[in-house]
Design a binder for this molecule. Structure first.
Ligand SMILES: NC(=O)c1ccc[n+]([C@@H]2O[C@H](COP(=O)([O-])OP(=O)(O)OC[C@H]3O[C@@H](n4cnc5c(N)ncnc54)[C@H](OP(=O)(O)O)[C@@H]3O)[C@@H](O)[C@H]2O)c1
Length: 325
């Protein structure tokens, strides 16, 4: 089958189409004929030689896909050949076929195209588990999302807006701020021109926000503490501006804050399956009701995976970039 291979992993990596063996579904797995694969920022790290797939996952890039079930392995009862699905993957999405545990699969929501469905799994698994399991978000609480125009950010904003939360979000240009406001951000902050701490304080009467979802780190670690309300929870899913910082922890004590961080990829299929069930129960009905939509920035054919990576690396996109098979 056709799949993307990484030539010269490292800063000068090249993505090439190669012919590799078609996977065979094992017990509890399904074989998906991929229609599309979603790009994730972690794919860039993997291509540069970091962030390897978890043990047992395919070495090929690609942490999510959509497509049609071609075959099922022993013990799979909930899905059958011909079903249109999307899936969270440990790896292997940039390929014609992928075998994956049936715990990581969701039906394509009604009203969503087969290709666009590849934009859904990684963002909603991540947003759900970080806001709900880690930050224990309560009804009516306010939330600040950093990287509002990212795949993750565009998903988080829509979900929070649909569930009635007040949403603050940061983005790096006026166009991106306009786009995230249209998705439901009540306060869109151009972080290159405004201080998000000052804006949050101003718009909350000095109180701050209850929950912050951060993918930036670096100096945001201290500034998030300033923007958080009493009993606030701050969850990091990445540290794009740096994993190290000199921090004054006094606000943690004074405001009774929680500082959290999680990754999704390394968790067991059982743990991911629990998140899948919650996403299917809580998010899929909002998609099927038209309250949440996949935000697809651009699609590229598989052979142009390198160009797709360049667009993601340059942060030119709003939402998700997809590869079509
Ligand atoms: N821990 C986990 O389980 C997990 C799971 C999924 C994703 N992630 C991580 O979450 C992040 C988002 O993933 P993605 O695939 O959605 O990536 P993405 O679409 O490439 O988004 C990255 C975003 O970061 C924003 N950004 C960079 N510097 C910023 C700053 N100083 N302030 C505010 N925003 C800033 C960029 O926006 P501008 O262009 O506006 O700067 C861009 O939108 C990635 O770092 C990814 O690795 C973690």
């Amino acid at each position: 089958m056709r799949a993307i291979e990484i030539e010269n992993p490292g800063s000068g990596y090249v993505l090439k189409v190669a012919d590799i063996a078609k996977p065979v579904p094992g017990a509890g797995e399904v074989l998906i004929r991929n229609a599309a694969a979603g790009l994730n920022r972690a794919d860039l790290s993997q291509a540069m030689g970091g962030y390897p797939p978890p043990p047992g996952a395919p070495a090929t890039l690609g942490m999510e896909c959509s497509g049609t079930i071609e075959a099922v392995g022993p013990g799979v009862a909930a899905f059958k050949p011909g079903d249109a699905v999307c899936a969270l993957l440990g790896g292997g999405g940039y390929a014609e076929y992928v075998a994956v545990s049936d715990k990581l699969i969701l039906p394509v929501p009604k009203g969503v195209g087969l290709i666009d469905a590849a934009a859904l799994p990684e963002v909603y698994f991540t947003v759900w588990t970080n806001l709900m399991d880690a930050a224990r978000l309560q009804p009516g609480e306010s939330v600040l999302i950093h990287g509002g125009s990212s795949g993750i950010g565009t998903a988080a904003i829509q979900l929070l807006h649909a569930r009635g939360h007040k949403v603050f979000a940061t983005a790096g240009s006026a166009d991106k701020c306009k786009a995230i406001a249209a998705l439901g951000a009540d306060v869109a902050i151009n972080y290159r021109e405004e201080d998000f701490v000052a804006v949050v304080k101003d718009k909350t009467g000095g109180k701050g926000v209850d929950v912050i979802l951060d993918m930036v780190g670096g100096d945001y670690i201290q500034r998030n503490m300033s923007a958080a309300a009493i009993w606030g929870r701050i969850v990091n899913i990445a540290y794009q501006s740096g994993m190290q910082a000199t921090v004054n922890f006094a606000p943690m004590l004074m405001k009774r804050l929680s500082l959290l961080a999680t990754t999704l990829r390394a968790r067991s299929n059982e743990e991911k399956g629990v998140i899948r069930d919650a996403v299917l129960r809580e998010v899929w009905p909002l998609i099927e009701a038209g309250k949440i939509k996949p935000v697809v920035d651009r699609t590229y054919p598989l052979a142009e995976a390198g160009d797709a990576h360049k667009r993601l690396a340059g942060s030119e996109h709003i939402g998700k970039i997809l590869l079509t098979l």
